[in-house]
Write a protein that binds this ligand. Structure first.
Ligand code: ADP
Ligand code: MG
Length: 697
């Protein structure tokens, strides 16, 4: 194919049988390339145009005069004869070459060079080189251009030269040669029908790949760069299709696995509901029914429960747990922080113990005899609540049939998997207050069933959010004093210092000291991440019991904490927090019947993005709306902890820019799986290979 690239001198190295060199194989492996398909799907980052030669004088004029900065940085291809070639030793050893054509001459400079390169650049040789022209120490020059020796009539290549992502020690020409060989072999078979492709205006996958590896010189550079060319869209569609097929397969495979049937009479759940001082919301009832249907099915549930902060997800989980316990099985409830574990333990044991169900808490660094006793109790308890201590080695459950994962985006896929492996195909309920945007839900979560709690319990007085400049701190402190005098409690969230844990601790201690000075007579507690877990629990217990008026805290209280009598939240330096974090923090108040408020203290000057965040949180109380706007501000990458989700990220498709392709892929996956399963397999296998194992987690 690209004979041009093949003739480059460096490529002689690649004349060796590639497959046998294990060092080289290792480099390819580092790029994720182990099979022919991987080579074909290793697509260029960008292209260089070597289809044209620019006269040296024209290139010099364009680079050094007249034209703007941007164009000066573009690379050009020159061709001429070598008229001088010398090694210089000052200021350091380097090879200085002069290249001349009919229009002018230019210096080529090499700081590192091999003898064979020096030989190739011998005076009299005709050379073609590609690089950027810069004004250097020796005048206009190209430093380390790519070059090759040609004959005056060597034809120019007809297609653009691909530049591939590569890794240290793997030269472009070596990679290009391998890919070209893969491309010159038999075409990949097409999995989509000709009618579909014609209607969608897309090429076959093979055509798309051939095109993208070597686009013709007149290809639309812009649509190539933006990756919106039909060839790019065909490739991205294939990638999304493979993802959909894989997730659908996983979904179906799960239906083949037997799971404990938790079809109890519902007596325990009814008893729990009877002892509550309130009724379930309609949304809670609907979601409970959805979950119940899953628990009665003979295969494991994998359901995501989304609901804004305060929507009452814990109770929904508790009712599912009732089904497990009443059926004679155990449930485990995993939460991301120790404070939350303690909170949930208190709440859940308050609900369950009157019903005769044993609840055990596993959190933090319990040691020695306490730990042994807890582990023994956990083996058989009806409900085990805890942090990732639940998945540690040595923790076993006799009959684990349901796992609940709260704030699921805080956990990595490995942790969720580890908990699942503590049981035999247990049912899984994952909960999150961070709404997952639609395209993300459709792609990465396509193997989950989703329930939404779209209603808050009645009687909640909406939280009033206020913004206050830092200068008005005295007024805010006076407000705290008034609230406490009226018998209410408040949180004061310390400024966030992400870079340094010790600085964060210092800030927390200082904030606590300052407020203690400013508010004599108030009982002020402090909760931060460096406290021992027993200390943390003690502080929280005092706050819950009303023995602390004002709780100064870091973001350790961010998720889940539920103290209904706390009705005021002050967040210092609110401009440093992310939107999801602000919404979660604000959700710690507004849990009781009294009117709650959240004061966002901010320091000026505000950056434009901080200003945008504060405006959104000020104007919106609804978590789904906050998340939607957050997605617009930050893009989809940051959501559902996709960084730690463990899923192979999409290489080419962009959920935002290619949202329409996500929809198409979803529909196509259904068709292929139903009517052409072997084509579905082909698609999946060429993209996913062994990485796919993780997708099933
Ligand atoms: P989240 O969805 O954020 O996890 P929680 O489960 O912590 O919310 O519930 C918030 C508060 O609302 C808790 O105090 C809980 O007991 C209470 N709650 C839950 N369901 C209802 C309901 N149907 N009516 C009134 N209060 C409820
Ligand atoms: Mg919660």
């Amino acid at each position: 194919m690209n004979t041009h690239a093949r003739a480059l001198p460096a490529l002689r190295e690649s004349g060796k049988p590639l497959g046998k060199s294990s060092a080289l194989t290792e480099k390819f492996r580092r790029l994720g390339i182990t099979r022919r398909e991987d080579l074909l799907l290793h697509l260029p980052l960008r292209y260089e145009d070597e289809t044209r030669v620019t006269p040296i004088k024209t290139a010099l004029d364009a680079a050094l005069f007249g034209k703007g900065e941007e164009e000066a940085a573009n690379s050009v291809q020159l061709q001429g004869a070598i008229i001088d070639c010398q090694i210089q030793f000052h200021p350091r050893r380097q090879l200085i070459v002069r290249l001349a054509d009919a229009s002018g001459a230019i210096t080529l400079r090499f700081l590192h060079f091999y003898p064979n390169q020096q030989a190739a650049l011998a005076v009299g040789n005709q050379v073609r080189c590609v690089g950027e022209i810069r004004q250097g120490y020796f005048g206009a020059e190209m430093v380390h251009p790519r070059f090759r020796v040609v004959l005056p009539d060597t034809p120019l290549p007809e297609s653009l030269t691909p530049i591939y992502p590569t890794t240290a020690g793997l030269a472009q020409p070596v990679l290009t040669a391998r890919i070209d060989k893969a491309i010159s072999d038999t075409p990949l078979s097409e999995t989509l029908s000709a009618e579909f492709l014609a209607k969608a205006g897309l090429p076959t996958l093979w055509e798309a790949l051939v095109f993208l590896h070597h686009p013709p010189a007149d290809a639309n550079a812009q649509s190539l760069a933006a990756r919106q060319h039909p060839a790019w869209r065909r490739v991205k569609l294939d990638e999304l299709l493979a993802q959909q097929i894989s997730l659908r397969r996983a979904y179906r495979a799960r239906r083949e696995i037997g799971a404990p049937c938790l079809a109890a009479s519902g007596e325990l759940a009814a008893a729990l509901v009877r002892q509550l001082p309130f009724d379930l919301t309609r949304a809670q009832r609907r979601v409970c029914a959805e979950i119940n249907a899953d628990l009665c099915a003979p295969h494991p549930m994998q359901r995501l429960l989304q609901g804004d902060v305060g929507a009452g997800k814990t109770l929904v989980a508790a009712l599912a747990i009732c089904q497990a316990v009443e059926s004679g099985w155990q449930a485990a409830f995993m939460v991301p922080t120790e404070i939350l574990a303690e909170q949930h333990y208190l709440k859940l044991s308050g609900w369950f113990e009157p019903l005769g169900v044993e609840v055990v808490c596993l959190a933090g660094r319990q040691k020695g005899r306490t730990r042994a006793a807890r582990l023994a109790a956990a083996r058989a308890a009806g409900l085990i609540v805890g942090t990732h201590a639940l998945i540690q080695e040595g923790v076993d459950y006799e009959r684990l049939a349901l796992i609940v994962i709260d704030e699921q985006h805080r956990f990595g896929v490995q942790q969720r998997l580890a908990l699942r492996q503590k049981g035999k195909a247990p049912h899984q309920l994952m909960m999150s207050a961070t709404p997952i945007p639609r395209t993300l839900a459709m792609s990465y979560c396509a193997d989950l069933d989703v329930s939404v709690l779209d209603e808050l319990p009645p009687g909640r007085v909406p939280i009033r959010t206020r913004l206050a400049r830092d200068g008005r701190r005295e007024k805010v402190i006076a407000h705290v004093r008034r609230k406490v005098a009226a018998g209410q409690q408040a949180y004061w969230v310390c400024p966030l210092i992400e870079e340094s844990e010790s600085l964060q601790l210092k800030t927390a201690l200082e904030t606590h000291a300052r407020l203690t000075d400013a508010l004599p007579g108030l009982r002020i507690g402090l909760a931060h991440g460096r406290l021992k877990s027993a200390e943390k629990q003690a502080v929280m217990a005092e706050f819950v019991a009303g023995k602390i008026d004002l709780l100064v805290a870091t973001t350790v209280i961010e998720v889940g904490v539920d103290v209904p009598n706390a009705s005021l939240m002050v967040i210092e330096h609110a401009e440093r927090f992310g939107l999801a974090q602000l919404h979660q923090l604000r959700g710690r108040v507004g849990r009781g019947a009294q009117e709650s408020s959240c004061v966002l203290l901010y320091a000026e000057p505000l950056s434009p993005s901080a200003r945008a965040r504060l405006k959104i949180i000020f104007e919106n109380n609804d978590g789904f709306e906050v998340a939607r706007q957050d997605l617009q501000l930050r893009g989809p990458g940051e959501f559902i902890g996709s960084r730690q989700s463990g899923l192979p990220l999409l290489r080419y498709a962009d959920l935002e820019a290619d949202a329409d392709l996500v929809e198409t892929a979803r529909a196509l996956a259904e068709t292929l799986l139903a009517r052409f399963p072997e084509k579905a397999d082909q698609t999946r296998e060429r993209w996913l290979d062994e990485k796919e194992a993780l997708l099933k987690a």
